[in-house]
Design a protein around this ligand. Structure first.
Ligand SMILES: [Fe+2]
Ligand SMILES: [Fe+2]
Length: 170
């Protein structure tokens, strides 16, 4: 195993954030199950896909650590919230998660800037752009759920939510 080239502060931040991404994957799965149990199959599918994407985010960071001679430390993941009063409540939870995730991503980037760690800075550029998209999706989802106030409109929205938020093939 090669000697790690990572500054300790960056290693710490990347390790913290990759576990945060795994936690986000867990939380999105809980949102998906809440929706599936209430026959919001479109939202369930969308959140399940998000759960998978959060896992790939963790894996990107894991690969970076491994490539640079560090061993990622996987921590325990807390049980996600599963008590929601409405689909809007679920959408707000997703938005709060993404906002917290953006803060975490920025904290990694700030550590990489402070340590003049250029490889980690380039890695984080992808995540910074990704978070702009993810937050935009959440904002749009909340607007659409608010607009679909009656049950008939909500089930219509459910049928099309993936097309609205992610486009075909995403
Ligand atoms: Fe993520
Ligand atoms: Fe995300």
């Amino acid at each position: 195993m090669a000697k790690s080239t990572l500054p300790p502060t960056v290693l710490h931040e990347l390790n913290r954030q990759l576990n945060h991404e795994l936690g986000a994957s867990h939380s999105y799965l809980a949102l998906s199950l809440w929706c599936a149990a209430r026959n919001f199959t479109g939202f369930a599918s969308y959140f399940a896909k998000q759960s998978g994407e959060e896992r790939t985010h963790a894996e990107k960071m894991i690969d970076h650590l491994i490539d640079r001679g560090a061993v990622p430390e996987i921590t325990a993941i807390a049980a996600p919230n599963r008590d929601f009063s409405s689909l809007l409540d679920v959408a707000l939870q997703a938005q709060a998660m993404e906002q917290a995730n953006t803060k975490g991503i920025h904290a990694v980037y700030e550590a990489a800037l402070a340590a003049k760690d250029y490889p980690a800075q380039v890695l984080m550029h992808w995540f910074i752009s990704e978070q702009v998209e993810e937050e935009a999706w959440c904002d749009e989802m909340i607007d659409r759920v608010k607009a679909a106030s009656c049950a008939g409109s909500l089930s219509d929205l459910d049928r099309h939510i993936e097309r609205h938020l992610a486009g075909d093939g995403k």
